[in-house]
Write a new protein. Sequence first.
Length: 242
Amino acid sequence: MPAYINEIFNSLQGEGPYAGMRQVFVRFEKCQLHCSYCDTPQTHEISGSCRIETKPGSGKFSCITTPLQSEYVSDMIGKLWTNSTKHVSLTGGEPLLHADFIKTLDIEYPLYLETNSGFPEKAREIKDIIAIAACDIKLPEHDCTDHYSELLKNEIKTISILNETAKTFVKVIIMPETTKESLSFAIEGVRSIDKNIPFILQPVTSKNRISSSLLFELMDFAGEKLKDVRAIPQTHKMMNLL
């Protein structure tokens, strides 16, 4: 079964509680959302080509046409694996759109799913093969969809499904205009599943940085109902990594 993949490379995970761990990244194309802060807009449409790192961590790539067969992708993952590499990051775009393809990957490495959490039934299909689930919850100010209530419902359901079998954490992008009221949607959703799920506030990477006072205020607000609240920026951006 083929899939449209944008790039395959080896780098450091830059977000969430696993920041700093080396991973092979498989970046899928296509996404149902249009978040205002998206840093991979090239994955929204099918490009017809995939760039593949020629040597782990080299930053040098060759390009091939897509879609790609799962056997080929599995082989490329193996070639980009190193002694310090810990997971295969399935990212995008939105990898859950490619759940059928993910099920056919013939690899023994732990799978790290990075998802916008919008497809609960797709999550159910692969939950038993995912080791770590990095689940987004979008906020109204992210301007990612015209159907926010439906998306939020699907996100909470997806997180609940993945939390049954995978080490799951939730990531929420914080913007200068984020308020307690808008963040409460995410807080209550996670609390309804398990208040011990790590809840990561990720300040948006942009010129308009949020203030430390707002970040601390939102952390304390979330901490009233959740047990593990952290603030972690995009560390790979700080190191100029992919």
